[in-house]
Design a protein around this ligand. Structure first.
Ligand code: XMP
Ligand code: MG
Length: 188
């Protein structure tokens, strides 16, 4: 790609300190909601990895602040891919499924961003034969302007405008995942 058109993440949309503050709040809320229960955090690879890592530690820290409150956390991961075409709904495919451990558990899906809602809709269908006790969703970012499928989201970090965002796990052509903040992708 010529340097003149290469998109680069220029403007910070959500700073590192804002991200971390909100993730601590989400951790406190989740630790309270699942007090004394076992909870499977189900990360959707690859975009959720940084959020997953920080949120899981925030849940642990919240427990330390309230002695007697314990949430037993398990880690599970799925990997999905979607093929987009401007007129048709996306085709979502499972590349890697979770383990049998997901059966009849409390599951909290950890997503980087909910955009059209098609990925989440697919994941619900995938999980339903496992008869989970509960399935809830925690997404770092919500882009409601692009929704095609109605989905329920239980925990939202931030709502974002209708723009392509990168960083903190989210990529453009596999780049920028390791930015510690969320940035808008701009063409230069
Ligand atoms: P939906 O809800 O449309 O989301 O099924 C599918 C996946 O698309 C990715 N996505 C983005 N990735 N910047 C990104 O880097 C974005 O603005 C963006 N919007 C959607 C993301 O992996 C999501 O899980
Ligand atoms: Mg994703």
């Amino acid at each position: 790609m010529p340097a003149a058109t290469k998109p680069t993440p220029k403007s910070v949309l959500i700073s590192e300190s804002c991200l971390q503050k909100r993730i601590r709040e989400l951790g406190t809320q989740i630790a309270a909601d699942y007090e004394n229960q076992e909870l499977v955090l189900l990360g959707v690879l690859r975009g959720s990895v940084l959020f997953f890592a920080d949120l899981s530690r925030a849940i642990f820290d919240a427990q330390l602040e309230t002695p007697g409150r314990e949430v037993q956390i398990r880690f599970e991961f799925v990997q999905l891919t979607s093929y987009h075409n401007s007129t048709q709904p996306a085709t979502v495919e499972l590349i890697r499924g979770g383990s049998n451990y997901l059966k009849q558990r409390h599951i909290l899906i950890i997503e980087d961003i909910v955009d059209t809602g098609q990925t989440l809709d697919f994941l619900y269908e995938h999980l339903s034969p496992l008869n989970p006790k509960t399935v809830k969703v925690c997404t770092l970012l919500d882009k409601p302007s692009q929704r095609r499928v109605p989905v329920t989201i239980d925990y939202i970090g931030f709502e974002v405008p209708d723009a392509f965002v990168v960083g903190y796990g989210l990529d453009y052509a596999q780049q920028y995942r390791n930015l510690p903040y969320i940035a808008l992708l701009e063409s230069v």
